[in-house]
Structures are given as C-alpha cells and as structure tokens.
Design a protein around this ligand. Structure first.
Ligand code: NOJ
Length: 544
C-alpha cells in the first residue's frame, strides 16, 4: 500500500448517529434532521470524517426504521426531504461526508409493494417477495432474532401463503431472483446519491438469495446481485462507497470485497468481541488469533472496525464456550442479554473506567481498518437495559445538565425514550458541556486519540505485524507504510507490567511518543524495555 492510493474511506473515522436520539429541534420529544444539523460542529470537532445515519425513512418503526414503508421519503418525525438535502449541504460545507442505510433485504409489511403482493396474485408485486405454500422450505436457515421469532416463515391470511423473513415477521424479505427488485433498488440508490450522499451502509447483505439445501447465507447468486449494485454505482457516480453489513467470519466476508468490484468496505464483526475478551482476560491470544484468520483484501477496499453500535454486542462469531464466557463476564444479569448478544454500551461494559475505555479504543485504532464511533460512547454514556429490544443503547444524547440532557424541550414524559439518569451515568455528570471544559475528560481524550490516528494514515492502511507475541499481557503491533514505522504497545492487564521489545532492526534510530510530549528514546541493539501502568498504552513513531 502506498499513500497515493488512499481513497477517502480508507483512512476515515466514522461516527454512527441515530437521528431520533441525537437532538430534537421542534420539541416533540424525538430527534430530527434539523437537530442533527445543529450539532454538526460538535461532530466536526470530534475529528471524524463521515457520519453514518441510521434509517430515516417512513416506517412503522417495528424495527426502529429498518422496516421501511417508503424508500423515497423521510419519516415525518425526522423532517423533510429538504431537511435532508440541507443536512448533506451543511455536512459537506464542514468537510464531513454522510452515508445512509440501504436496507436491501426486506421492507416493512406496510410497504405498498407488500400490500399489493399479498392481496393480488396477478399483480407484478406478487413476485417481489418470497412466497410459499408450505413453511418447510430452506430448513437449514438459522433464525436471527431468536428471542422473538420462531420461524423464518409467517403465514399471511390475505395471501393464504407463507412469506419468508430473516428478521421480524413484520419485515418480509424481497425476492432477489426477480430482476425487477434489483432495478427498484438501483432506483432507490440513485435517488439518494443524486441528492449528494456519499454512499451506503448496506444492511443484512448475506441474505438476499435463498436456495434449498444451503443455509441461505453468502450464496454466489447473492454476490452476483451485489456486484450489479456496485457496477451501477461505478457507472454513474464517483467517490461514493458501499459498506457491507455481513456478520460473518472474515473468510466469509472476504468475497464481499470481490476483486475490488463488490463492496468498498466491510465490517469486521469477529474482532470486536475479541477485544473485550482480551481485555477481560489480560491476554492477547483472542486478538492474535482472529487477526491470523483475517485474509488480505483488495487494495482499494477497507475493513470497518468498531467496539459498539446500535445493536446488541453480537456474539454470533464466537464459539459456544466463548459466548457463555462473554455472557458471564459482561452480562451477568440475564436482562443484559438479547438474542445472541449483549445489550449494553461501551462505558458500562468497561466498568466506566476511563483508562479501559481509552485502551479499547486504542486497540481498535491500532488495527488496520476504518474505525466507527457510536454516538454517545465518546462521552461515556450509560445504557438502560430495562427498555424494550435494543432501545437501551439508543437513548437521547446527553448534551448538558439541563432538563432532558439538553436533547429536547419536550416534557420529559413525551421523550421517545427516557434520558439516562442512573447515579453513575446521569446526564447531570455525563454530558458534552461538562466534558468539553475538562481537559481530562473522556471526550477530550477521545478527541486527542482521534486526531493522532487521523494524522497518521499508517494506522489505517499500513502493513501490520504483531511483535513480542510471547508476552501475552501486551498487544504489541508494528505498522509500516512506505518508509515509516509506528510501534504500538498496550498493557491489557490491570497491573503495572514491563515489556521487552526486540527492536534491533531499528537500531540507532529514535522513537517519538505520538500521544504525549516526551524525550525521544534511542533504540539500541539490546532489547528495549517499557514499564506500562494498568491498561496504559504507548504509540511511538520511529524516526532518525
Ligand atoms: C441489522 C441492523 O443493524 C439491525 O438494527 C436490524 O434490526 C437488522 N439488520 C434488520 O434490518
């Protein structure tokens, strides 16, 4: 990799925002697009490059907007198409890019396509969905929303048949064997791209096609369809991206990059739980192992890496034994568990310990890929496990210590969800206004980490090698880009530890601390030793 081949998304830092949760401009208790626009300066100050917004389309909200009833409009709670255009304009003015969700796999059952499909066997829409006389097809397919769904088939009284759905039974799957559906979705893409958005996070892409005798995931036919979307994008637009949500093992995600002709980016799901495992065990092996399982990807593509998002912390890509261990360590209360995951935010998962939160972020940023920050995690927001489904990690952003955390002027009982007001995470203490003023706050330290990461593209695209693999309490990483080298060491344990690094390859050169000012260290022939405090990390650049 060389720096001149760097596309914008390769060394970008993303910020995931739920419009409903961010800022309410009209006092109806729900966040909206004008509210988000009013906070763009804050997002810019954080140092990120691109905002990913969760679905903002009209929807009955049975799956918080991932059940779309109209692909060509904005949910009235959030504003209008003009507001959306304004968001793009204002974001671009500040040098921020915006990507939105493209929900390909399914619609809401309230979508007019489904309404026509179920009620009129002769309409062209009948074939837009996957219908069957029996519920016995595709039996090797797992159920994803295990806590709510008992089957991937639901009987529809109106049609007198079963329809296929990988998620809630209110989200019928579209039929991608029908080229009309592919065309419809290309039109959807064009609509938003013509408005100026910079790309899409494509939802649930492994499940587009079903075939008997398979698990109906990652099928070659699905990849063919996805490549058509990419081709369409490349033919009409420049510099726009497709990011794949494929919650799969790295080897199964690899084909989503194609030969650089499918997705520009793909989430790396399995590395995420292993960062938590490694930290709780004080042992690098889970991270060493998953990175050894991570294949090379084409030069014009990039991994997207994250610690948390708007869903449960998924434990699909771990063994049964590891899942049980993760649940016992990180979700001791059964209410913290959901489906095959954990519905908690970053700060509560890491004992609200600032050093641990920074370490988790540092580990993420030291790995190859483009990191995503989930809104609120940069200030250490708490969660509310008592709310329905995944809503406990989607509570209002905490701006200040005034009523409703400065999120809304509505009566508190009219908010779409209560603000976090538990003793430890109350908005009176955990909020942007307070943290902005405190140089030692998580927010300011996150900003610093982001800025260091951003000013060294080596972190995003440099070659990657683990050092000192035998010293398992430390994750030591060497990154290399052209003539540059960065060395990152992270103490995973809660104890002060010393590490010895053999850096004789760089003998005679010096190491500059990237995170704070200090005297450069000269590298000797002998081993370099470092003493790191509990959960401390050190990032250093090799220089002459
Ligand atoms: C993945 C999304 O992240 C999740 O929130 C949603 O429920 C499912 N896809 C279904 O769209």
């Amino acid at each position: 990799m060389t720096k001149d081949k760097l596309h914008w998304y390769m060394d970008a830092i993303f910020y995931e925002v739920h419009v409903r949760a961010y800022c309410d401009s009209n006092g109806d208790g729900k966040g909206d697009i004008p509210g988000l626009i009013s906070k763009l300066d804050y997002i810019k100050e954080l140092g990120v490059d691109c905002i990913w917004i969760l679905p903002i389309y009209p929807s009955p909200l049975k799956d918080d907007g991932y059940d779309i009833a109209d692909y060509y409009s904005v949910h009235p709670d959030y504003g209008t198409i003009d507001d959306f255009k304004n968001l793009i304009l204002e974001a671009h003015k500040r040098g921020l890019k915006v990507i939105a969700d493209l929900v390909l796999n399914h619609t809401s059952d309230q979508h007019p396509w489904f309404q026509k499909s179920r009620s009129d066997p002769n309409s062209k829409y009948r074939d837009y969905y996957v219908w069957s006389e029996t519920d016995e097809k595709y039996e090797n397919t797992r159920i994803i929303f295990l806590d709510t769904e008992v089957s991937n088939w639901t009987y529809d009284e109106v049609a007198g048949m079963y329809f296929w759905h990988r998620f809630y039974s209110t989200q019928p799957d579209l039929n991608y064997d029908n080229p009309e559906v592919v065309k419809e979705m290309m039109n959807v893409m064009d609509f938003w791209l013509d408005m100026g958005i910079d790309g899409f996070r494509a939802d649930a892409v492994p499940y587009l096609i079903e075939r008997e005798g398979t698990n109906c995931e990652n099928l070659p036919e699905t990849h063919e369809i996805l490549k058509q979307f990419r081709k369409h994008l490349d033919e009409k637009y420049e510099d726009k991206i497709l990011l794949a949500e494929a919650n799969q093992w790295p080897v199964d995600v690899r084909p989503y990059f194609g030969e650089g002709d499918e997705f520009h980016m793909g989430f790396h799901f399995p590395v995420m739980p292993r960062i938590y495992m490694a930290m709780r065990k004080g042992d690098t092996s889970p991270i060493h192992w998953i990175m050894s399982q991570t294949p090379e990807i084409p030069e014009n593509t990039q991994w997207c890496i994250f610690l948390r998002n708007h869903d449960e912390l998924t434990l699909e890509m771990v063994t049964e034994e590891e899942r049980q261990w993760m649940w016992s360590e990180y979700a001791p209360d059964p209410r913290m568990r959901l489906n095959l995951g954990i519905r908690r935010r970053l700060a509560p998962l890491l004992d609200n310990d600032q050093q641990k939160i920074l370490l988790a972020n540092a580990l993420l940023y030291a790995l190859p890929g483009a990191p995503i920050i989930y809104y609120g995690d940069e200030i250490g927001m708490g969660d509310n496990i008592w709310l329905f489904d995944r809503n406990g990690v989607r509570t209002p952003m905490q701006w200040n210590d005034s009523i409703n955390a400065g999120f809304s002027k509505a009566n508190p009982e009219d908010l779409y969800a209560p603000v976090i007001d538990s003793p430890e995470y109350t908005y009176k203490k955990v909020n942007v206004a307070v943290e902005r003023q405190d140089p030692e706050s998580l927010l300011n330290k996150m900003r610093h980490l982001v800025s260091v990461r951003k000013s060294h593209p080596i972190f995003a695209v440099g070659d990657f090698e683990f050092l000192a693999q035998d010293q398992t309490s430390f994750l030591a990483i060497l990154r290399t880009l052209e003539e540059q080298n960065v060395i990152c060491i992270h103490n995973l344990t809660g104890e002060e530890k010393s590490i010895e690094l053999d850096l004789s390859n760089f003998s005679g050169r010096r190491l500059i601390n990237l995170l704070e000012e200090s005297e450069p260290d000269t590298i000797t022939e002998k081993k370099q030793s470092y003493i790191l405090k509990p959960h401390q990390f050190l990032w250093m650049r090799v220089t002459d």
